[in-house]
Design a protein around this ligand. Sequence first.
Ligand code: ZN
Length: 440
Amino acid sequence: MSSKRFQEFTNTTVIPTKKQNRKLKKLVKYAKTHSPRIAKLYETIGDEFTLQDLPVTNKQLIMQDFDNWTTASDFTLNELKAFTSNPNNAGEKFKRKYSVCKTSGSTGNPFFMAYNPIESEFMAKHMNACMNSTALLYGPSVFLFPISQHMISICSIKKSQRKYPLIKNSLILQESTVSTQEIIDRLNEIQPAILVTYTSSAELLAGEQIKGTLHLNLKAISVGGETISAKTRDYIQDAFQCKVRSIYACTEASGIAVECKCNHLHLHNTGLILEPVDEYNNPVPVGQTAYKLLVTVLYQKTVPLIRYELHDRVTVHNTPCPCGNKSPWLEVEGRSAIAPFIFKTKTGEVSIFLLALLFTVEAIDAVRRIQVVLHGYDRFECRIDFMEGADETSTFEKVKNIFARCFEQNNIDNVQIYLSDQKPQIDLKTGKFVKAYQIL
Ligand SMILES: [Zn+2]
């Protein structure tokens, strides 16, 4: 681990290593030759340049002209859209070659990624880095996620399953958008040694473990997708009597940082160059919270991401970590965890996972963004940002059905689901955007 060399974070700039600079030059050359859109964007960029000479890019810029942005000539955005519209294709190969992801994320419009076999190998390697390689010796690992979604973690697992068919009993994908009871039954039956899921799902299951409905003997829990607070971590660790490890990852760039025993998220992927910047793309010094991150993925040629915006508020630290890992570490504020919602049924209270359902809703093309608020136990407010030109009535019907089905599965029959006249909004007290919360 300590032999890896990472970029240097100074107070005024980020300095890639020599190796990273070499790879960057190659990537830029390749992109200019094979991507008409990038060739145009880099018109004034010669052979000698530094990272900071390159323009900042983002999801909107790439999606505006996706077919000209990609360096591949064997697929189009429309074909990608068609492929991802079928949930059965999640994690399967596109054109017998590419791993595909679709993300709605927190900034609206869907974004598509396609990784060739070499790229997806890198992706898988860095996504799985949060898992101890000896973990499988302890017993099965369960990945609890919305498995019909085109997510990078699903691609990685299905890839491993295709490569090593015998591993299917050890690496298990469990659908998370089923009833809580079904998840509990299934987990009790499998008795996994390792559980990989969202923070909010782990938190909910911790409650079930304490109640005794769930009786797992886990060796470790890996969480991602949402920031974990010290309080939540302690709660989950106490409930399962095992270590909770978090990973900071995103669809575009895969695993970025992995947590150590001191709960610091250390960089672990030298194939990425990260730049903490402010609103106007000026560098933010070490130790200060950046407004966003720019990421350059050095091994990704199919859909090049160079100085690409990630909307997470991150603080980079260079101070030595007692764990001995010499790589810089991050504090990530961006995505806060969603607490489970509590509903009342005839037989008592039920807690529900919502993050997975929210992803399902945001996968609907006409939905740009959703925020849900549960008032008391029975008034379920949906604040929806629709895409331009969307049929709001029929789209809301679809959204409503997704939640209604979940409530029905959990025997919750007294909830009113309604479309709000308000749009998703940040919490005025904390200044944070919370996708889902309950007001009791
Ligand atoms: Zn550490």
